[in-house]
Design a protein around this ligand. Structure first.
Ligand code: NDP
Ligand code: GDR
Length: 363
């Protein structure tokens, strides 16, 4: 039997890496789109790499870009994929205020370019399409918890671009009978989460502080609340959504909410340490109880022009129709992330001890 072929945009990102691993285990032939970079950008998938000079590969990367229709048409025509997972994006909410046009180009028009490529190539009945939609669509939440029927109120250029991508996916499904779905995923993290998203920024910094590599971490809104799940759990749902009889849209969340401050406490608590918080509110500072040293400081540069204060999801529909339930708790995930970042910090300590310079970025 011929292997199923999946094409993944954003394969070098957090979800792309977990999804590629998951689909390889299911026996898929994986094709991924990577964009040109002046330095290597495949860290998260290097363990899956197969030498292009060998035959019978089932993991193949193609140069392309969501802003380049021609590359997308060429790759889709060549592969004729059974499934496309559109995970590629300028996915940082705060950065989208700095580069709004580029964000809309990759996130909004990127989705349109793929859908239109499927249509132009006459693959409407063959190729199933997954759109990486987001809880950021709810923004200023109109209902608690949020589910598939909750009205959207996006609060950033990123979220507004994702709103376009959401509706163009629905429109191509209705207009052309395509199997196209939106996974409205709430925040999901992991040890390979990008270093500038708040959870990873926290675990990485606290690990380094505990080993004396840096003295504090600067954060923004400590009161923001999120429904945080584990990326490994969530990619299974992306696949399940494309295996149904009829295409549909689903919310994916844990149904449990914590604040950024809670996440700091979980992570520092992993080291059996406690934090004393002073100046309650936005200017709150966190001191290590043992040493009395300031380890968390609030810096207004991390506040956003319009903030999403609180998100909490209801994934009853996914539980009922897909049989999907999240397995990994936030405490387990924070522990896994801390352990990973402590190992990386130990490696940096060793490098420093031998006289080499280590990067000291604090974004
Ligand atoms: P990441 O930021 O980790 O990965 C984004 C990926 O998109 C990277 O592979 C990146 O490539 C690629 N990319 C960026 N710009 C382009 C472009 N112009 N052309 C082609 N590829 C590009 O995101 P996640 O893995 O966390 O998220 C996956 C998707 O899910 C995104 O669309 C995100 O918006 C969405 N989402 C994520 C959630 C989360 O909590 N993680 C929640 C809800 C939705 P490179 O490595 O070269 O930068
Ligand atoms: P988010 O994730 O914006 O929800 O988007 P992020 O981790 O960036 O922020 C979560 C909340 O934490 C607050 N915050 C900080 N955020 C960052 N990045 N850095 C800080 O120093 C900091 N301090 C406080 C933020 O203000 C925010 O309220 C993520 C992305 O993966 C999107 O692509 C995805 O669509 C959504 O999750 C669901």
């Amino acid at each position: 039997m011929n292997k199923k072929k999946a094409l993944i945009t954003g394969i070098t990102g957090q979800d792309g890496a977990y999804l590629a691993e998951f689909l390889l285990e299911k026996g898929y032939e994986i094709h991924g789109i990577k964009r040109r970079s002046s330095s290597f950008n495949t860290d998260r998938i290097d363990h899956l790499y197969q030498d292009p000079h060998t035959s019978h590969r089932n993991f193949i990367l193609h140069y392309g870009d969501l802003s380049d229709s021609m590359s997308l048409v060429r790759i889709i025509q060549q592969i004729q994929p059974d499934e496309i997972y559109n995970l590629g994006a300028q996915s940082h909410v705060a950065v989208s205020f700095e580069i709004p046009e580029y964000t809309v180009d990759t996130v909004g028009l990127g989705a349109l370019r793929i859908l239109e490529a499927i249509r132009i190539l006459g693959l409407e009945k063959k190729t199933r399409y997954y759109q990486a939609s987001t809880s950021e669509l709810y923004g200023e939440a109109q209902e608690i918890p949020q589910k598939e029927t909750t009205p959207f109120y996006p609060r950033s250029p990123y979220a507004v671009a994702k709103l376009y991508a959401y509706w163009i996916t629905v429109n191509y499904r209705e207009a052309y009978g395509m199997y196209a779905c939106n996974g409205i995923l709430f925040n999901h993290e992991s040890p390979i989460r990008g270093e500038t998203f708040v959870t990873r920024k926290i675990t990485r910094a606290l690990a380094r502080i505990s080993l004396g590599l840096q003295d504090r971490v600067y954060l923004g809104n400590m009161d923001a609340k999120r429904d945080w799940g584990h990326a490994k759990d969530y990619v299974e749902m992306q696949w399940l959504m494309l295996q149904q009889d009829e295409p549909d849209d689903f919310c994916i969340a844990t149904g449990v909410q914590y604040s950024v401050r809670d996440f700091v406490n979980f992570s520092w608590g992993h080291l059996n340490k406690k934090i004393r918080w002073e100046d309650k509110g936005m200017n709150e500072k966190g001191y290590d109880m043992e040493t009395g040293n300031l380890i968390v400081a609030v810096d207004a540069r991390y506040f956003r022009p319009t903030e999403v204060k609180t998100l909490l999801g209801d994934s009853t529909k996914a539980k009922e129709k897909l049989g999907w339930v999240p397995k990994i708790t936030l405490e387990e995930m924070a522990r896994e992330m801390m352990e990973n970042d402590i190992n990386l910090a130990k490696r940096d300590t060793l490098i420093k001890r031998h006289g080499f310079k280590i990067p000291n970025f604090n974004e």
